[in-house]
Design a protein around this ligand. Structure first.
Ligand SMILES: CC(C)(COP(=O)(O)OP(=O)(O)OC[C@H]1O[C@@H](n2cnc3c(N)ncnc32)[C@H](O)[C@@H]1OP(=O)(O)O)[C@@H](O)C(=O)NCCC(=O)NCCS
Length: 157
C-alpha cells in the first residue's frame, strides 16, 4: 500500500533514512556523514504545504504493517532571475526502499505517487540528484524515463 506518511511512521522511516544517509556517506564522504535524524524534521515534511511524503507499507499479517520505503517531494518556484524560464518544479529529495523490500516495484510506485502529487501542484517537471557511483539509482531513474539535466564537476584542492 502506498499512502501519505503519518507522524507515527517516524520510527520505521528513521531506520530507512539511516540506510540512505549511510549510502550517501559511502558515496561522497566529503559531503555526507552519518547523523541522527529527529522526528521534528519528519513532522515538518508532513505539515509544510510545499512538501509531501509518501510511504510504502508492507502488509504482512499477523506482523504489524511496517514502512518499507518512503519518498519526499518539494515544490520549488524558479528564482526571480530574468534569464531563467519561470516554471514550477517538483524535487524528489529522498527516495529509499529498505534492502529487504527492493526490486518489487515499491520504488516505482512511490515515484508514481510523488509524480501525481507534483502534477496536481502545477509542477511542469520533476528533478532530482543522483550522486556519482549510485549505479542502482541511475538504472532505476533511467527506467522511469529520467535524463541528465546537468553535471556538477569538482576538483579537490
Ligand atoms: C533506488 C531504489 C529506490 C529502487 O527501489 P526498488 O523498489 O528496488 O525499485 P523497483 O523495484 O521499482 O525497480 C524498478 C526498476 O528499476 C531498475 N532497478 C531497480 N533496482 C535495480 C538494481 N539493483 N540493478 C539494476 N536495475 C535496478 C530495474 O529496471 C527495475 O525494474 P525490474 O525489477 O523490472 O528490472 C532502491 O534501490 C533504494 O532505495 N536504493 C537506496 C537508496 C537510493 O539510492 N535512493 C535513490 C537516491 S537518489
Amino acid at each position: 500500500v502506498i499512502r501519505r506518511a503519518r507522524a507515527e511512521d517516524w520510527e520505521d522511516a528513521c531506520a530507512l533514512w539511516r540506510e540512505v544517509d549511510d549510502q550517501h556517506a559511502a558515496l561522497a564522504p566529503s559531503y555526507f556523514r552519518r547523523a541522527d535524524r529527529f522526528d521534528r524534521q519528519w513532522r515538518e515534511l508532513l505539515t509544510a504545504p510545499e512538501t509531501a511524503v509518501f510511504v510504502a507499507v508492507a502488509e504482512a499479517p499477523p506482523v504489524p504493517a511496517a514502512v518499507a520505503g518512503f519518498a519526499t517531494a518539494r515544490i520549488y518556484e524558479t528564482p526571480p532571475d530574468p534569464a531563467m524560464v519561470p516554471l514550477r518544479r517538483g524535487h524528489i529529495e529522498t527516495l529509499v526502499v529498505g534492502r529487504a523490500h527492493r526490486r518489487r516495484g515499491l520504488g516505482t510506485r512511490l515515484m508514481a505517487e510523488a509524480t501525481a502529487w507534483a502534477r496536481r501542484q502545477g509542477a511542469a517537471e520533476l528533478v532530482l540528484t543522483v550522486w556519482a557511483g549510485n549505479h542502482v539509482a541511475e538504472s532505476f531513474y533511467e527506467r522511469l524515463g529520467y535524463g541528465v539535466l546537468s553535471r556538477v564537476l569538482r576538483k579537490k584542492l
